[in-house]
Design a protein around this ligand. Structure first.
Ligand code: SF4
Length: 239
């Protein structure tokens, strides 16, 4: 029989191991440990039940229901909730539905929407990859700006959508969208193209596509704003 397999040798080794273990446990008790340490991967991850639960877009839509929370309800054909990828890294926010959007119940489907689609295509993006919504979900009469009481009633739902989607970047389209999301009175001409923040999300204010239809020379500025957005998203691919 080999020397190290002899019963007395094995007993000796077992005793040594037991003593080392006892010593290690005594040391752990002195250090205040109450039990055996767990692997880092288990202790590092928050348990499922303690993670913040975000409502899904479907739940937010259900909560909105056949909304009559503000006076815009009276003139609408459809609520325009928003559409796109529920996990989009890029989100667009406009001010409110126009005539075509009201008829179809979808955001940015009129001439301004066509321009937005063209812009996305030039950036190599498809509509289904991004999420598109508005500050108010019902069409203001004659496409006027949403009024403060209408924004106060409707904005919480957009904020819940943002919270659910958690985009890396939000592009605000035009003055009402920018000022209402960022709670600022700064003119769009002053903050367009300059990074802002909503909570921990980067916000790029730019012109509204319907303005760009009227002022085609300004399109280059929006193109540059979108280049900044695409560069940021590319640099934070892993986020
Ligand atoms: S604009 Fe918003 S708050 Fe007002 S009725 Fe429509 S969905 Fe409701």
């Amino acid at each position: 029989m080999p020397e190290d397999l002899r019963p007395d040798k094995l007993r000796e080794e077992l005793l040594e191991l037991t003593l080392s273990l006892e010593e290690w446990l005594r040391l752990q008790r002195r250090l205040g440990a109450k039990g055996a340490p767990r692997p880092a991967s288990v202790t590092a991850a928050a348990p499922e039940h303690s993670r913040p639960q975000r409502p899904t877009l479907a739940e937010i839509r259900e909560e909105l229901g056949d909304c009559r929370r503000c006076k815009l309800a009276g003139g609408r054909t459809h609520i325009v909730f928003g559409e796109g990828n529920p996990q989009a890294r890029l989100m667009f926010v406009g001010e409110g539905p126009g005539e075509e959007e009201d008829l179809q119940g979808r955001p940015f489907v009129g001439p301004a929407g066509q321009l937005l689609n063209n812009l996305l295509a030039k950036l190599g993006l498809r509509r289904e990859e991004v999420y598109i919504a508005n500050i108010v979900k019902c069409r203001p009469p004659r496409n006027r700006d949403p009024e403060p009481d209408e924004v106060a009633a409707c904005l919480p739902f957009l904020l819940k959508q943002i919270d659910s989607i958690q985009p890396r970047v939000i592009v605000t389209l035009g003055r009402p969208a920018t000022q209402n999301l960022l709670q600022t009175e700064a003119p769009i001409s002053k903050i367009r193209g300059i990074w802002q923040k909503y909570k921990n999300i980067k916000v790029m204010p730019t012109f509204h596509p319907s303005y760009l239809l009227r002022a085609p020379r300004e399109r280059l500025k929006t193109w540059h704003d979108m280049q900044q957005v695409m560069e940021y998203l590319a640099a934070h691919e892993a986020d």
